[in-house]
Write a new protein. Sequence first.
Length: 170
Amino acid sequence: MKPFSCCLLLAVLLSGACEKREDASSSSPHQFAIYLLRDTSITAVDAQKRPLESHVLAPEPFLTEKDIEAYHWSTHSFTARPGIDSVFARMRGWRGKSPGVPFVVVADGERIYLGAFWWAYSSMLPQVPYIDVILSPPYYIQPEPLRSQADKRQDQRIRNALQAAGVLAE
């Protein structure tokens, strides 16, 4: 292969690798959202080993402020509208998800923290804030059991987004 052809091929390959990745959360019209990851084979255990910004989010949020009737800041619990309750009911039946299903909490288009949907029967402890899907409403975003840093659920940006959306309850 001629040197020019090699350089051209290399430039084309590198331009594809450097292409800016479109991120659903950065263009989100929602004040508050919970996104699943696009790659559904990634467990919460695997996801926590990677930087938050490296995860590719699903194109549409799993839950937004429009799905929440009230978010109680003091307990980090929320009641959901009926459509979301039925999604949680289906999740209760999932099997083989003991390492958790990861999600990312986004406030005003900014990623705040990694969390997980978790099942109480799991022999593993979650290492991120989690929602136990076995429990009935209201849904609690629990702190990670072995927390060594500040509580990520307390981020003021989340509170501001929930308040602006009109679903924050004290």
